[in-house]
Design a protein around this ligand. Structure first.
Ligand SMILES: [Zn+2]
Length: 182
C-alpha cells in the first residue's frame, strides 16, 4: 500500500483536455417566436439551425422547421439534416433529454438544445477530445445568453411551423365494428 502523496500520480477531478465551457447565444426574436409557438401546441417539435463561433461564443442563427410529424411525446422528421444545431421542445415540463433524444438527436448534431417552459434550459455539445474520443459536454441554462436582434416574432418561422409541422394521425381500427362482424 502507498498513500496518495507517494504515488506521484497527477489525479484529476475531470478530464483536463475538456475545453472550457461554451456560451451559447440565442437571438431574442427566436426566443419570442418559440414562446409564441409554445402557446399554439402541446406537441413536441424540432428545428434545425446554423451557428457561428466567435471568441468561444456560439451564435445560433438561420433556424428552420423541417417537415415533421409530431405527437405529445415524439417527433418524426421527414427531412433529416446535418445542420450543426438542433433545438427541440418538450411539452409538459420534461426538462431532461430522453434515451431516444440521445440516440436520434444528440448523437447526430454538434449542439442539441432543449426548449422547455419558455426557455432553453439544457443542452449538450458533442466535442472531440484530443485523445480522440467524443464527449457530451453539458450546457446548462447559465451557459445560454440571449442576444438582441429584434423584439418581434419571426412571422416566416411561424408560417413554416404551420406548413411543416403536422400532427401525427393514428388510424385506429374501430374494434366495436370489427367484432360485430365476427
Ligand atoms: Zn426529446
Amino acid at each position: 500500500m502507498w498513500d496518495e502523496w507517494e504515488t506521484d500520480l497527477r489525479i484529476y477531478h475531470e478530464c483536463p483536455f475538456k475545453s472550457s465551457s461554451k456560451i451559447i447565444a440565442v437571438p431574442i426574436s427566436l426566443l419570442i417566436t418559440l414562446r409564441r409557438i409554445e402557446r399554439m401546441t402541446n406537441n413536441e417539435f424540432l428545428m434545425y439551425c446554423d451557428c457561428e463561433e466567435k471568441e468561444g461564443v456560439i451564435i445560433v442563427n438561420n433556424c428552420h422547421f423541417p417537415r415533421q410529424e409530431v405527437t405529445t411525446a415524439s417527433v418524426d422528421v421527414e427531412e433529416p439534416s446535418l445542420k450543426p444545431v438542433v433545438i427541440h421542445r418538450h411539452p409538459r415540463g420534461v426538462h431532461g433529454f430522453s434515451g431516444t433524444d440521445y440516440e436520434y438527436i444528440n448523437a447526430n448534431h454538434r449542439i442539441s438544445l432543449l426548449f422547455v417552459d419558455g426557455k432553453i434550459r439544457k443542452g449538450v455539445i458533442t466535442e472531440k477530445m484530443p485523445c480522440g474520443i467524443y464527449m457530451y459536454v453539458p450546457i446548462n441554462d447559465d451557459d445560454i445568453i440571449y442576444i438582441f436582434d429584434k423584439i418581434d416574432v419571426d412571422e416566416d418561422l411561424i408560417k413554416q411551423f404551420n406548413e411543416n409541422v403536422k400532427v401525427k394521425v393514428y388510424h385506429n381500427i374501430d374494434y366495436k365494428e370489427y367484432y360485430r362482424h365476427l
